[in-house]
Design a binder for this molecule. Sequence first.
Ligand code: NAD
Length: 475
Amino acid sequence: MIIDGKRVSARSTFSVINPATGAAFADVAAGDISHLEAAVAAARNAFPTWSATGDTERQRLLHAIGDALQANMPALMELVTRETGKPLKGLAGVGAGMEVGGAIAWTHATADLTLPVEIIQDNEEARIEVHRKPLGVVGSIPPWNWPLLIAIWHVIPALRAGNTVVIKPSALTPVATARFVALANEILPPGVLNIITTRSDSGVGPAMAKHPGIDKMVFTGSTATGRKIMQDAAGNLKRLTLELGGNDAGIVLPDVDPKAIAPKLFSVTFHNSGQTCACLKRLYVHESIYESLCDELARLAQEAVVGDGLKPETQLGPVQNKAQLAYVQELAEDARAHGARILSGGHARDGDGYFFEPTVVADVTDGVRLVDEEQFGPILPVIKYSDIDDAIRRANASPNGLGGSIWSNDTKKAAELAMRLECGTAWVNEHGAIQPNAPFGGIKQSGIGVEFGQHGLEEYTSIQTLKIMKSPPDA
Ligand code: NAD
């Protein structure tokens, strides 16, 4: 852990498992509430100076963090692969290289953002300015699927806007994040960025959400935990950014060539073994091309190279943890019991590690758990439709609203349909593609607020309106 710029150990440690082997590969300090108290105190203490530090200096320090990540890229990639199971390169280039490369790109892009003063009125009566001010201490809780990249998404805009931070990574994947925070602490003043590593049952997560010394929580994880954080945060009306679960629908129109489109659909569904919030998770396909697209997807699933992500040829790694593997198995069994056709995979692999064969499931429909719930694993339900309005209605009949996509050669028509999807990001002939300058977030029960770009940066600020009367008081 790093608290107030100093390395801190705890009375005990816990093991981090490499999901490709099922064996422990790292021991991490098991922090507790006393460490949280020290970290919040350090962050509060550092806030006045950091928030008053000039923009140019804060930008310079954040760019230096981006450079330090770059200089440590191979080591960070290996840590990411060991703790998440994500391949170094991965299917369609989505792997640990993308995670660390993305962390570097987001750091530099976010460092370059500014928060200009907005002038609402400037006339003979008064001048009205709208200022963006930092909130104070930000508490960050990221998940296990893209631990380093999501830590960067939380920490860098918070710091850019002038806040200080306490981060608590997932107990399943704390290692690369701890390394990032150590590198950043060689650059930042003490107390500006603190990290507590802790067991999942330590109570530190809920204590952060309740803590009166934390002004905002940024959380990425499941909807169920997001709900608890919202409740716990009510005590001091903490500001919240919640990036929660998704069950993204993709709708394929009849005018596409199934063979041509299948590889792209396969990669946006199965990269990181389906463990990405905005993976395509339900695929609605027009009946005229249903069988041929199912066949193509099943062939790609059978051909995919599944294995230890440290091997360069691996496209898909394991499921990140045992509980998630059991859940994916449960959804496959339930679909089978409801008469679904399993076209590829359908089973966990024998042997070490938490591997599940890439699985394409046909003849499954709404009302079955695999369609209604977020699978967060390498298993895709393919659902037949005949009427596009009905497909849109079914896509929208979900409590989630993270992303959605329409696939067609008629991009104008597809864009019109995409606008009817109830989700934070709608893609045409893409899915899950994000970038540092475009806002990203969920609607409905997929979250509150957005990340990235100007809109995302502003979430780490409060507005102060300044009205200056032009006539002196005694005039
Ligand atoms: P999770 O909710 O189980 O855990 C996330 C984090 O919350 C972990 O660090 C965990 O230790 C902590 N936590 C657990 N209970 C807590 C509590 N009561 N109070 C405070 N903290 C608590 O989620 P996960 O399994 O790590 O991640 C998978 C989920 O994350 C999926 O649903 C996925 O869709 C979602 N996700 C969303 C986005 C997005 O941007 N919308 C991105 C990535 C992942």
